[in-house]
Design a binder for this molecule. Structure first.
Ligand code: ADP
Length: 450
């Protein structure tokens, strides 16, 4: 499974965030415990030293009235040389321990521990007292466990909020990319070059990319439009000279008795005829591309249309001894452009004649399906090789130019496809090489919508 970029970004920074928070907590904890310990230790030493300064000894009298026995949380106790307490008090749970002048020690009993600092105050060779300071060492374990509790609740919340917030921001930042992908897919799927990403002006790189993409589409569309216009203009311009050549060669043909001249003129006439139909097919396609091919829908009886077209094509089929069979007794009415449906039938039947076998058959029928009519043209001709079947609907595509006797243009099926999609339907083909082909043109029944 590959994760999307936005998920990868969110997971990546969330993991770093967790690591960072944990490191910060550890840093704060160890730094503060070090500071607390240092202050506690310094506190007990300074409390003892201050107490020592406040004690006065005059002529055998000990004066400790000014001593603060609970200074800053430090318990101050005075002992005589034999270890008897003179003044002050120590917490009961602190076990007694021998004196040790000027050394800060840690005393642990059970779960508690204390810092103890002693200072000996000598008044004469035999006369001296001990000043002891005791403070409970700050229990960092309690802090650790309370911090752990906080960490366990706060961390998941923080991570969740950061991940969600981050996801929203990343998603928003990726919106232009989503639009770019959507537009590109729409263009690829629907062939509509008019589509644009159309993001409002933003300053991020993605907005700039989107607007560059739009500008590129403008140029591509303009080039396409020019190309369509060129095909349309060129076809228009060619029509007149071709018509003149055709008329002139036919005229000359009917006014000469010279047989070699007749042969040459009929070649000219045939080729001019081919050019004429090629140019009108090109014009048709150019109009379809420009969107100027308009449907004039009416109620058409497809069964009747099949009969009419089949009849007009019988002569052409007879040249190859091919029989055309039609078998629809029922009327199948669809709302469609009659001339266009006729063109579909002519193109499909004429292909079946061209690619049929001498003495073969063509079956033309129509079926009424769910909300559509399916025109079906089947032949027992040469068929189409599987590697070509996908491409036969492409413009100018011919499986083998010589198969049509050099007469085909490769535009017939693309016109069929164009007309069918103009009606909102679709085309398909089944074929077995050497056995024959069946072409389907599905025309939605426009009666419901119009
Ligand atoms: P063409 O002018 O070459 O007939 P089309 O667009 O009508 O152009 O057809 C494209 C190609 O599809 C043809 O060149 C041919 O190879 C193949 N084709 C079309 N109809 C048939 C059919 N009935 N049987 C076999 N091949 C066909």
């Amino acid at each position: 499974m590959t994760l999307s970029v936005r998920h990868r970004i969110v997971i990546w920074y969330t993991l770093w965030l967790v690591l960072l928070i944990v490191l910060v907590f550890i840093g704060i904890f160890s730094g503060s415990s070090y500071l607390v310990e240092r202050r506690t230790k310094a506190g007990v030493v300074s409390a003892v030293n201050e107490a020592v300064d406040e004690i006065e000894y005059t002529e055998g009298w000990l004066d400790f009235d000014n001593v603060d026995f609970r200074r800053g949380g430090v318990y101050i106790t005075l002992y005589d040389n034999d270890g008897f307490r003179i003044a002050g008090f120590a917490p009961d749970e602190v076990p007694y321990t021998a004196f040790s002048d000027g050394i800060l020690r840690t005393l642990t009993s059970g779960r508690n521990s204390w810092y103890i600092y002693d200072s000996q105050l000598s008044f004469s060779d035999e006369d001296s007292i001990w000043v002891r300071g005791i403070i409970g060492s700050y229990d960092m374990r309690a802090v650790v466990s309370s911090m752990q509790g906080v960490l366990l609740i706060v961390l998941p919340l923080l991570v969740l909020m950061a991940a969600l917030g981050g996801y929203v921001i990343v998603k928003r930042s990726f919106r232009p990319i989503d639009k770019i992908i959507k537009t590109a897919e729409e263009i690829a799927g629907g062939n509509d070059l008019k589509k644009r990403i159309g993001l409002s002006d933003g300053s991020s790189e993605l907005y700039k990319a989107a607007s560059a993409f739009d500008r590129m589409l403008d140029r591509i569309e303009a080039t396409f439009e020019k190309e369509k216009q060129f095909t349309s203009d060129a076809s228009h311009e060619l029509r007149t000279p071709i018509a003149v050549i055709l008329a002139a060669s036919d005229y000359a043909l009917s006014h000469t008795d010279d047989s070699s001249m007749k042969e040459t003129l009929s070649v000219i006439s045939d080729q001019a005829g081919r050019m004429s139909s090629l140019v009108s097919e090109l014009l048709y396609i150019a109009r379809a591309d420009k969107g100027t091919l308009h449907l004039e829908k009416e109620n058409v009886d497809v069964s009747e249309l099949i009969e009419i077209v089949a009849e007009t094509m019988e002569d052409k089929a007879a040249l190859r001894n091919i029989s055309i069979h039609t078998g629809n007794s029922e009327a199948i009415i669809v709302k469609a452009d009659r001339d266009m449906l006729m063109r579909i039938l002519i193109n499909l039947i004429s292909n079946s004649i061209t690619y049929g076998k001498d003495g073969g058959n063509i079956w033309v029928s129509a079926d009424k399906g769910h909300g559509n009519a399916v025109i079906k043209v089947r032949d027992d001709g040469i068929g189409i090789a599987p590697e070509h079947i996908e491409r036969i609907w492409d413009r100018f595509y011919q499986e083998d130019h010589s198969r049509s006797g050099g007469g085909g243009s490769g535009l017939g099926l693309s016109i069929v496809k164009e007309i069918v999609s103009l009606h909102g339907g679709k085309v398909s083909v089944e074929s077995i090489k050497g056995e024959g082909s069946t072409f389907y043109a599905e025309i939605p029944d426009g009666t419901a919508s119009d």
